[in-house]
Design a protein around this ligand. Structure first.
Ligand code: URA
Ligand code: SF4
Length: 188
Protein backbone atom coordinates (compact mmCIF):
# COMPACT_ATOMS: atom_id res chain seq x y z
CA UNK A 1 0.00 0.00 0.00
CA UNK A 2 1.19 3.58 -0.57
CA UNK A 3 1.01 6.29 2.06
CA UNK A 4 -1.72 8.22 0.24
CA UNK A 5 -4.09 5.27 0.15
CA UNK A 6 -3.33 4.55 3.80
CA UNK A 7 -3.88 8.18 4.82
CA UNK A 8 -7.22 8.10 3.02
CA UNK A 9 -8.28 5.01 4.92
CA UNK A 10 -7.23 6.52 8.24
CA UNK A 11 -8.91 9.85 7.55
CA UNK A 12 -12.23 8.14 6.83
CA UNK A 13 -11.95 5.52 9.58
CA UNK A 14 -14.91 4.59 11.79
CA UNK A 15 -13.39 1.41 13.25
CA UNK A 16 -13.72 2.55 16.86
CA UNK A 17 -16.22 4.90 18.45
CA UNK A 18 -13.68 7.75 18.70
CA UNK A 19 -14.80 8.75 15.22
CA UNK A 20 -17.98 10.16 16.78
CA UNK A 21 -16.18 12.68 19.02
CA UNK A 22 -13.17 13.66 16.89
CA UNK A 23 -12.96 16.93 14.96
CA UNK A 24 -10.08 15.77 12.78
CA UNK A 25 -8.24 12.51 12.34
CA UNK A 26 -4.48 12.86 12.92
CA UNK A 27 -2.83 10.20 10.72
CA UNK A 28 0.70 11.53 11.21
CA UNK A 29 3.02 13.45 8.93
CA UNK A 30 6.55 13.91 7.73
CA UNK A 31 8.89 12.23 5.31
CA UNK A 32 7.76 8.83 3.99
CA UNK A 33 11.40 7.99 3.39
CA UNK A 34 12.44 9.01 6.89
CA UNK A 35 15.11 7.07 8.75
CA UNK A 36 13.52 7.96 12.06
CA UNK A 37 9.88 7.47 13.04
CA UNK A 38 8.43 8.89 16.26
CA UNK A 39 5.39 7.27 17.85
CA UNK A 40 3.38 9.08 20.52
CA UNK A 41 0.24 8.11 22.37
CA UNK A 42 -2.82 9.93 21.04
CA UNK A 43 -3.79 13.32 19.66
CA UNK A 44 -4.67 16.04 22.17
CA UNK A 45 -6.92 19.08 21.84
CA UNK A 46 -4.91 21.14 19.36
CA UNK A 47 -4.02 18.08 17.30
CA UNK A 48 -7.74 17.24 17.08
CA UNK A 49 -8.49 20.80 16.00
CA UNK A 50 -5.77 20.91 13.34
CA UNK A 51 -5.38 17.31 12.16
CA UNK A 52 -1.62 17.53 12.78
CA UNK A 53 0.50 15.54 15.27
CA UNK A 54 2.31 17.23 18.15
CA UNK A 55 1.31 20.83 17.57
CA UNK A 56 0.39 21.73 21.18
CA UNK A 57 2.81 22.47 24.03
CA UNK A 58 4.42 19.04 23.82
CA UNK A 59 4.87 19.55 20.09
CA UNK A 60 6.60 22.88 20.67
CA UNK A 61 9.14 21.16 22.91
CA UNK A 62 9.62 18.50 20.24
CA UNK A 63 10.19 21.19 17.57
CA UNK A 64 12.58 23.16 19.80
CA UNK A 65 14.55 20.00 20.51
CA UNK A 66 14.67 19.06 16.81
CA UNK A 67 16.12 22.50 16.14
CA UNK A 68 18.77 22.04 18.83
CA UNK A 69 19.97 18.80 17.26
CA UNK A 70 19.84 20.28 13.76
CA UNK A 71 16.89 18.54 12.18
CA UNK A 72 13.35 19.50 11.11
CA UNK A 73 10.00 17.74 11.03
CA UNK A 74 10.54 17.12 7.34
CA UNK A 75 13.47 14.84 8.15
CA UNK A 76 11.35 12.45 10.21
CA UNK A 77 7.89 10.90 10.42
CA UNK A 78 5.69 11.59 13.44
CA UNK A 79 2.54 9.73 14.44
CA UNK A 80 0.75 8.31 17.48
CA UNK A 81 -0.76 4.95 18.41
CA UNK A 82 -4.27 6.40 18.20
CA UNK A 83 -5.15 8.62 15.28
CA UNK A 84 -8.20 10.18 16.97
CA UNK A 85 -8.37 12.09 20.25
CA UNK A 86 -9.91 10.35 23.25
CA UNK A 87 -12.48 12.70 24.87
CA UNK A 88 -10.88 14.94 27.53
CA UNK A 89 -7.51 13.32 26.78
CA UNK A 90 -8.38 10.24 28.82
CA UNK A 91 -6.07 7.26 28.40
CA UNK A 92 -6.54 5.17 25.24
CA UNK A 93 -8.74 2.12 25.79
CA UNK A 94 -7.73 -1.36 24.77
CA UNK A 95 -10.40 -1.69 22.06
CA UNK A 96 -9.36 1.65 20.56
CA UNK A 97 -5.69 0.68 20.50
CA UNK A 98 -6.54 -2.67 18.90
CA UNK A 99 -8.65 -1.02 16.22
CA UNK A 100 -6.02 1.57 15.36
CA UNK A 101 -2.90 -0.61 15.57
CA UNK A 102 -3.03 -1.97 11.97
CA UNK A 103 -2.65 1.60 10.69
CA UNK A 104 0.52 2.25 12.65
CA UNK A 105 1.95 -1.13 11.64
CA UNK A 106 1.23 -0.33 8.00
CA UNK A 107 2.94 3.05 8.41
CA UNK A 108 6.01 1.26 9.77
CA UNK A 109 6.02 -1.09 6.76
CA UNK A 110 5.71 1.76 4.27
CA UNK A 111 8.26 4.06 5.90
CA UNK A 112 10.62 1.20 6.87
CA UNK A 113 12.55 3.41 9.30
CA UNK A 114 16.01 2.57 10.57
CA UNK A 115 15.01 3.79 14.00
CA UNK A 116 11.65 3.82 15.80
CA UNK A 117 11.39 6.21 18.73
CA UNK A 118 8.58 5.47 21.16
CA UNK A 119 7.74 8.69 22.99
CA UNK A 120 7.04 7.65 26.57
CA UNK A 121 5.97 4.47 28.27
CA UNK A 122 2.60 3.91 26.60
CA UNK A 123 4.16 3.89 23.12
CA UNK A 124 7.05 1.76 24.39
CA UNK A 125 4.71 -0.85 25.86
CA UNK A 126 2.72 -0.95 22.64
CA UNK A 127 5.91 -1.48 20.64
CA UNK A 128 7.08 -4.21 23.03
CA UNK A 129 3.80 -6.02 22.47
CA UNK A 130 3.76 -5.60 18.71
CA UNK A 131 7.40 -6.56 18.15
CA UNK A 132 7.59 -9.22 20.87
CA UNK A 133 10.23 -7.23 22.76
CA UNK A 134 10.86 -6.81 26.44
CA UNK A 135 12.42 -3.37 26.71
CA UNK A 136 12.31 -2.09 30.29
CA UNK A 137 10.35 0.95 31.51
CA UNK A 138 11.05 4.34 29.96
CA UNK A 139 12.76 5.59 33.13
CA UNK A 140 15.46 2.94 32.54
CA UNK A 141 15.44 2.53 28.76
CA UNK A 142 15.32 6.14 27.54
CA UNK A 143 18.37 7.16 25.55
CA UNK A 144 19.41 3.54 24.94
CA UNK A 145 19.42 1.62 21.68
CA UNK A 146 17.81 -1.80 21.19
CA UNK A 147 17.92 -4.03 18.13
CA UNK A 148 14.72 -5.47 16.75
CA UNK A 149 13.66 -7.38 13.67
CA UNK A 150 10.19 -6.91 12.29
CA UNK A 151 8.53 -7.37 8.89
CA UNK A 152 11.90 -8.67 7.67
CA UNK A 153 13.56 -5.37 8.54
CA UNK A 154 16.26 -4.59 11.07
CA UNK A 155 14.98 -1.72 13.18
CA UNK A 156 16.64 0.03 16.11
CA UNK A 157 14.38 1.04 18.97
CA UNK A 158 15.45 4.17 20.85
CA UNK A 159 12.90 5.14 23.49
CA UNK A 160 12.81 8.70 24.82
CA UNK A 161 10.58 10.50 27.32
CA UNK A 162 7.23 11.82 26.15
CA UNK A 163 7.66 15.60 25.77
CA UNK A 164 4.57 16.18 27.96
CA UNK A 165 6.35 14.23 30.72
CA UNK A 166 9.39 16.47 30.29
CA UNK A 167 7.21 19.59 30.54
CA UNK A 168 5.46 18.57 33.74
CA UNK A 169 8.64 17.42 35.51
CA UNK A 170 11.67 19.11 36.99
CA UNK A 171 13.72 21.31 34.63
CA UNK A 172 16.48 18.69 34.83
CA UNK A 173 14.46 16.42 32.53
CA UNK A 174 15.05 18.80 29.63
CA UNK A 175 18.79 18.26 29.09
CA UNK A 176 18.19 14.52 29.40
CA UNK A 177 15.53 14.74 26.69
CA UNK A 178 17.89 16.76 24.49
CA UNK A 179 20.84 14.44 24.85
CA UNK A 180 18.60 11.39 24.24
CA UNK A 181 17.37 13.08 21.06
CA UNK A 182 20.93 13.87 20.01
CA UNK A 183 21.90 10.22 20.40
CA UNK A 184 19.19 9.16 17.95
CA UNK A 185 20.65 11.24 15.17
CA UNK A 186 24.24 10.27 15.95
CA UNK A 187 23.14 6.67 15.58
CA UNK A 188 21.91 6.79 11.98
N1 URA B 1 0.76 13.58 22.37
C1 URA B 1 0.81 12.52 21.56
O1 URA B 1 1.12 11.42 21.99
N2 URA B 1 0.52 12.69 20.26
C2 URA B 1 0.19 13.88 19.74
O2 URA B 1 -0.05 13.97 18.53
C3 URA B 1 0.16 14.98 20.61
C4 URA B 1 0.44 14.81 21.92
FE1 SF4 C 1 -10.20 4.64 13.38
FE2 SF4 C 1 -8.03 4.82 14.90
FE3 SF4 C 1 -9.74 6.86 14.78
FE4 SF4 C 1 -10.46 4.63 16.04
S1 SF4 C 1 -8.78 6.01 16.64
S2 SF4 C 1 -11.71 5.78 14.57
S3 SF4 C 1 -9.44 3.06 14.79
S4 SF4 C 1 -8.48 6.07 13.10
Amino acid sequence: MDIKTLNNQITNCKKCHLWTTRKHVVPGEGNVNADVMFIGEAPGKIEDETGRPFVGRAGKLLDDTFKKVGITRQDVFITSILKCRPPNNRNPRKDEVEACTPYTLEQIKIISPKVIVPLGNVALKWLNKMFGLNIGPITKSHGKCYNAKQFGMKIKIMPIYHPAYVLRGLPSRRPVFESDMQKIFLNI
